[in-house]
Design a protein around this ligand. Structure first.
Ligand code: ASP
Length: 267
């Protein structure tokens, strides 16, 4: 039986006081895992708590684009290879539920209005997402969760409104496999920060290789990536989990995060 474990972040560049909000999501995810829920459910429900919290730039609290629209991205990846992601979706307070619904479909990803219509056909709630008040529209505050259940299934779930003041169709790293997330062979990674820089580095997949292929400890791989692949002025953060239930988090700026595993270790 694998250890149960969960870790979540509230975005690179976010207020460290938001750790208590993250702890709520961890509480939800860990109690689900303890009551035998699968890692997909634990990661999704923890992510939904963060999407419903207006303190975060995901779902409900998402930032506005240059044209005043609010468009959301989300992704989910399971270590059995299943994948779901949505990009630039309108009127969707919980895009992670749409990404989850894609897990067992032949297609992996959907974008824009087509994604919304597909979600409508499956009864996934549509409602206007109220833009954040002006002045609170920094990037950052994106959310990400990694969970592992007793069967050793590992899942990443990430969600964002993107970076503020970007064009309506802009796609960051969150819905792009290998960029904002990657899980395979007992190592799961989720990234946050400036999506363009993360995407150019294919950051999650790159760091995954250093850990899984080269045997580098997670914390050291994160530090190496942040120091050697990014400019100091580019916000970036990473969380990760390995199949022994260990978790790690690093960023070059504030990044509220929290973790728990069934050995009673909290971070
Ligand atoms: N990575 C997200 C994006 O660029 C934003 C963030 O993590 O703060 O869309």
């Amino acid at each position: 039986m694998a250890k149960l474990a969960i870790i979540a972040h509230g975005g690179a560049g976010a207020d460290p006081l938001k750790k208590s909000n993250i702890e709520e999501a961890i509480q939800k995810g860990s109690s689900l895992l303890e009551s035998d829920a699968c890692a997909v459910d634990a990661a999704v429900e923890a992510c939904v708590i963060l999407e419903n919290d207006p303190a975060f730039n995901a779902g409900t609290g998402s930032v506005t684009r240059l044209d005043g629209s609010v468009l959301v991205d989300a992704s989910i990846h399971v270590n059995d290879g299943r994948l779901g992601f949505v990009a630039s979706m309108p009127e969707t307070p919980n895009p992670i539920r749409v990404a989850e619904a894609l897990l067992d479909e032949e297609i992996n990803g959907l974008g824009g209005i087509g994604a919304r219509e597909w979600a409508d056909q499956r009864g996934i709630p549509r409602s206007a997402v109220t833009p954040r008040p002006p002045g609170k529209t920094a990037s950052g505050d994106t959310v990400g969760v990694i969970a592992m259940d007793s069967e050793g299934v590992m899942v990443t779930a990430t969600s964002t409104g993107g970076c503020s003041d970007q064009p309506a169709g802009r796609i960051g790293d969150v819905p792009l496999p290998g960029c904002g997330f990657w899980v395979e062979s007992g190592v799961a990674i989720a990234a946050t920060g400036i999506g363009e820089a993360i995407t150019r580095e294919m950051l999650s997949h790159r760091v995954h290789g250093w850990i899984s292929r080269d045997g580098m400890p997670m914390g050291r791989a994160f530090e190496k990536a942040i120091k050697t692949r990014f400019d100091e002025s580019t916000d970036v953060g990473l969380i990760g989990m390995t199949s022994d239930g260990s978790c790690a988090a690093r960023a070059n700026t504030n990044m509220p995060w929290a973790s728990w595993n069934s050995d009673g270790i909290r971070g």
